[in-house]
Write a protein that binds this ligand. Structure first.
Ligand SMILES: [Zn+2]
Length: 165
């Protein structure tokens, strides 16, 4: 009986509470996604990019290329990547994750981050989230960075995760 109810549950819940676009709240096919209109407006940063800072190149200069800024003054970090260009749409999604309890964004962001950062994550031993000050953690009740790191560790081959908050 329980198994039968569970198999009906998600379909029944989708009927009562249909999945909505995480940005514009229009109905979508599955939970945790974006509608076609919003999806098409995101600028994903998954093309050729600086090997160090991840700044996109308009033309692929070949593997291992540095941007002018990193070439002139190497940053203190070895490599960094971003999922999306920061614009109105991505800003709304990021702020919703950070400040509006929209944790349903975590699986999507983690998948995209895993896709962009896969070469950086291969063979890593540890994923460390950016810590959140305890007063902010108390107000917000979660660290969005830790949520992304936790999910990212599950999705990557990394077997260990260190969560500081
Ligand atoms: Zn660079």
């Amino acid at each position: 009986m329980t198994v039968a109810w569970k198999s009906l549950g998600p379909g029944l819940l989708d009927l009562i509470f249909p999945p909505l676009c995480l940005s514009c709240r229009e109905p979508v096919g599955s939970e945790g996604g974006f509608c076609g209109d919003c999806w098409g407006q995101f600028t994903f940063l998954d093309g050729p990019a600086c090997i160090c800072c991840g700044t996109p190149f308009p033309v692929d200069p070949g593997p291992g290329s540095l941007c002018a800024a990193c070439f002139a003054k190497p940053p203190a970090f070895a490599q960094a990547r971003a999922i999306l260009a920061y614009d109105d749409l991505s800003r709304r999604a990021i702020l919703a994750l950070k400040h509006a309890d929209r944790l349903e964004l975590v699986p999507g962001f983690s998948r995209w981050l895993g896709r962009v950062a896969r070469p950086l994550l291969e063979g890593c031993d540890l994923i460390v989230p950016v810590p959140l000050h305890r007063s902010r953690l108390w107000v917000r009740r979660y660290n969005q960075s830790a949520e992304l790191a936790r999910r990212g560790a599950v999705l990557s081959d990394c077997q260990h995760q260190f969560a500081v908050s």
